[in-house]
Design a protein around this ligand. Sequence first.
Ligand SMILES: Nc1ncnc2c1ncn2[C@@H]1O[C@H](COP(=O)(O)OP(=O)(O)OP(=O)(O)O)[C@@H](O)[C@H]1O
Length: 595
Amino acid sequence: MLKPQYRLKETSEQKANNGFRTLKRVSTLLSKQKGMLALVLLMVVFSSFLSLFGPYFIGKIIDEHIVTKKQDGLIQSIMILGGVYLFLSLSLFLQNYWMAAIAQKTVYSLRKQLFEKFHKLPIRFFEERQHGELMSRITNDIENVSQTLNSSMIQFFSSTLTLVGAVFVMLSLSPLLTVLTLTIVPMMYFGMKWITNRTSMLFKEQQRNLGELNGFIEESISGQKIIKMFSREKKVISEFQRKNETLKQSGFWAQTYSGFIPKLMNVLNNVSFAIIAGIGGVFTLKGLISIGVIVIFAEYSRQFTRPLNDLANQFNMLLSAIAGAERVFEIIDMEEEEDNKEAVHLPNIKGEVEFHHVSFSYEKRQETIRDIHFRVSPGETVALVGPTGAGKTTIINLLSRFYDPDSGQVFIDDYDIKRIKRASLRQHMAFVLQDTFLFQGTIRENIRYGRLDASDKDVEEAAKLANAHSFIMKLPNGYDTILNQEGSGISQGQKQLLAIARAILANPSILILDEATSSIDTVTELKIQEALQRLMKGRTSFVIAHRLNTIRNADQILVLNEGRIIEKGTHHSLLKAKGFYYELYHAGTGQYNMS
Ligand SMILES: Nc1ncnc2c1ncn2[C@@H]1O[C@H](COP(=O)(O)OP(=O)(O)OP(=O)(O)O)[C@@H](O)[C@H]1O
């Protein structure tokens, strides 16, 4: 396995640049919904204004009606105040409603793009990466972006506006009291810095521990059978307890420190209130400001400590969403497995295959196969044999264009397969592999995967030819029995019969068969052999062979060792030659030992 190559080390400057670029890209995505976005921004401005105007108006009411005990117009003012808060609520509701729509549309299209991209990437991409990690990009990372778009965008703008607006109004009412009230800002900054320095480290540790614990849980659920087989339950539970304990410890400290934040904000709010009440009171007595101004200040100071706190939180969320979006874009930008511009559809073919001096390596430093050269006539069966790692699967990978040769060519009926559209090429092939992959769905749907437009009758016909019909009919719901991905409920051999039915339905000219190494009961084995004979009849078949019977019947045996074809011929001619094949055949106790 290759190591993932996308984790290149970045300098901090590159990181900032990338972050900025990602942000720009997200805004381009958002700008597709300009109209709605403009409405949201309008509502944000409106609500920020109203949330500043409310306290200001309360202050005015106190000065004009309460302090002076003048009742004229008081009712009207209170009604206006009621209206202000009503519209404030309405504008908050609307901005959330529209923003949720924008965010969901954006992540919907991002998710769609990413999923479609997965299907355009070469198989190499998936072989080089952990599947769980790829899945987390389409789930966790996109969710991260979604949450930030949903909440942080609005909060970011409204916090900034409220903050600027509050300071501006406060300055216009009493510059001196404003400066005194703002003295808590540096205290807040240093206090928050002290806490976040500790929490950011602890949260990372908590995430890491959580990841480890989740990985361990996943592993022990999927490995339940083996755990039970070896009676390792106690060991697994004690290992789990150790990881759980570590998570508890880091979680405890992360929560404890981050729990200080609201306490600190509370203390500082009280300090600012004390400053405003105390010093504001003195100013009022000296006639410098009115009582209403004290009320306005008290209310505003509450309003700007909150946005300051929000902004810090939003910034953290924004950073993690950028990281998420970057991981998503990274895949969206990857080079696709594209067909040649002149690539053609493969018409009906006879099934002649030729490898013309083909060499290939998965990794640059080591050549996997070298100068592979052979020709197969239509309808022939070719057995690929050789020790493990000899390159048998690689030859199949090249024939089906999961990879392309570094040099040399592969021909099907005189078409260089590089000039054939991949999908068209694979339509002429069917695969029966060791590990049959079943999708969640009915048996009928799973067989129909071979040819989607096949009728129920075709499906049953194929199942009969594959010797699968009788076991299917014995299942409680027959062809409508639902299988899960693991195909639990049916045996290994029965899974292979289903794979053969699929291949029969696909009716390919070229067949690729990776024989199972696992032993299957003799009756099922006979059924498989019989079904395979029917399937292979009249088709060019490539068999990664493990069974003596298959090899004996092959028209051609290619003996591979260390990436080269070292011998070629039929079973008899190769035995007669007394070379590598002969050695393999007689290896050890005279048992057949091909892989
Ligand atoms: N995706 C890959 N990336 C890098 N190296 C690979 C990859 N797949 C296979 N190899 C290497 O290429 C060589 C040939 O592998 P291949 O799978 O073709 O062997 P094989 O003959 O099919 O073996 P087996 O019988 O065990 O399946 C091996 O050394 C293997 O380690």
